[in-house]
Design a protein around this ligand. Structure first.
Ligand code: FAD
Length: 400
């Protein structure tokens, strides 16, 4: 692997078999597989000054390992994804836990046996819990809509509590919506867990944090003789997509192009910008060992931020007398001014607009789009890895 800032004057795209735009999961997985399985010489163009995309982590001034673009917790049910990523890192046995801060009381999310007792008091909470067990069985995830459908005042009381105190304000902050604008179908899916398991991802057999860091995992993934990385390079400066072909540095490029950036940006937003939510990430280092008992506390009824993450609680890092926390403030994303688009707004008109951009690149057979930006969809890290493995399978099989 070679890594440098900017493109040298001697850069000649024709000397590469593949050009990858973006060094996040989508780009890095494809680059590694093409280098390894096809013997392709790969150039990765990344406009940030680091690899790892939004999973990038680094030490702050206090020496605390932080996630610059928001807390990332690895979890998956996918054997192939886990096997692939585990080639490049060991994992800790961290299990993510989230608490909701409801008027100063901390209770597990998803709402469970313990949450019921905190919210309603020991005696009533236990009675309600036993009713849930009798109605739905133990260790079941029950959407609040199903609680309401039972027409039992006590079960409806649980549904109302969870809706108002755990879901509503949090969702309004996260998506900038009024209660009327919140889709009743989404609202009905909010779950109550009939059991004691307080892990946030109980269904994932593989979960944890990389033993060293996500960035270190990416460095190992990209550590291949045939991969060259060029940081601080915006691919749009040298890439032009036509109806049937793609030009790089003004000349037709016949190799594979993997594009993991946003398609509206690639076409200068000429059909309009795809809407997103962005997040103002506000980090604070405190002179204490620990701030809160778990990785993440959601502020579900108060404050303007959505949640506070304390990194040491997730990474297990020991830094005596210092800890760094992150408050997340969600807001509308302004396109074209260098903000980070974080969450796709999954509404029909936005998907229609996306399809129009997507149609423009469909005829260019060596131009492949993959990843959260290029596909305009929310992916967890395992989901985007799975997609990149599939795309690289196709490229590998057509080059054998
Ligand atoms: C706040 C937040 C928290 C999350 N937490 C979790 C979690 O706990 N667990 C989990 O599994 N997933 C989580 N995710 C999802 C995770 O971030 C994504 O799955 C992952 O980042 C997707 O990888 P990607 O390669 O598609 O995109 P990215 O990581 O965004 O990588 C794309 C890269 O392309 C580069 N790029 C774009 N355009 C250009 C261009 N024109 N030229 C050059 N480079 C370009 C970008 O700079 C970027 O580095 C979270 C997401 C958010 C928003």
């Amino acid at each position: 692997m070679s890594i440098q800032s900017g493109l040298p004057d001697s850069f000649n795209p024709q000397s590469y078999d593949a050009i990858v735009v973006g060094a996040g999961y989508a780009g890095a997985v494809c680059a590694r597989r093409m280098a390894e399985a096809c013997g392709f010489k790969v150039a990765i163009l990344e406009r940030r000054n680091h690899i790892a995309g939004n999973a990038y982590d680094c030490e702050d001034e206090a020496g605390v390992l932080i996630h610059k673009y928001g807390p990332h917790i690895y979890h998956t049910t996918n054997d192939r994804v886990h096997e692939f990523l585990s080639r490049f890192t060991e994992w800790t046995d961290y299990s993510h836990k989230v608490l909701a801060n409801v008027h100063g009381q901390l209770m597990p999310v998803p709402f469970n046996h313990q949450s019921l007792k905190i919210a309603f008091g020991d005696e009533k909470g236990e009675r309600l819990y036993q009713k849930l067990v009798a109605t739905f069985g133990q260790d079941k995830k029950v959407p609040i809509m199903e609680l309401r459908e039972k027409n039992d005042p006590e079960l409806s009381e649980i549904a109302d509590y969870v809706y108002e105190n755990v879901f509503l304000r949090y969702t309004m902050k996260q998506w900038g919506k009024t209660p009327d604008e919140i889709d009743p179908a989404v609202m009905g899916r909010v779950p109550v867990f009939v059991g004691d398991d307080d892990r946030y991802f109980p269904q994932a057999p593989y979960q944890g944090m990389p033993e060293v860091s996500f960035t270190d995992m990416f460095a190992h993934m990209l550590d291949h003789d045939l991969i060259s990385i060029f940081l601080d390079v915006d691919a749009r400066d040298i890439l032009e997509v036509g109806e049937r072909s793609v030009n790089v540095c003004g000349k037709p490029f016949g190799g594979e192009v993997i594009y993991t950036g946003a398609l509206d940006e690639l076409f200068d937003f000429d059909l309009g910008a795809l809407p997103y939510r962005t997040v103002d990430m506000v980090f604070e280092t405190l002179d204490k060992d620990q701030f809160q008992p778990v990785g993440t506390v959601n502020y579900t009824v108060s404050e303007n931020f959505t949640r506070i993450t304390e990194f040491k609680n997730m990474t297990g890092q020991v830094v005596p007398g210092k800890t760094t926390i992150l408050r997340e403030y969600s807001r509308v994303y302004i396109p074209g001014v260098g903000e980070t688009p974080y969450y796709v707004i999954n509404e029909p008109e936005n998907i229609e607009l996306y399809k129009k951009y997507r149609a423009r690149v469909e005829g260019v057979l060596n131009f492949h789009v993959v990843g959260r930006l290029a596909e305009y969809r929310y992916y967890d890290m395992d989901g985007v890895t799975a997609s990149a493995l599939e795309l690289s399978d196709e490229i590998i099989s057509s080059n054998h």
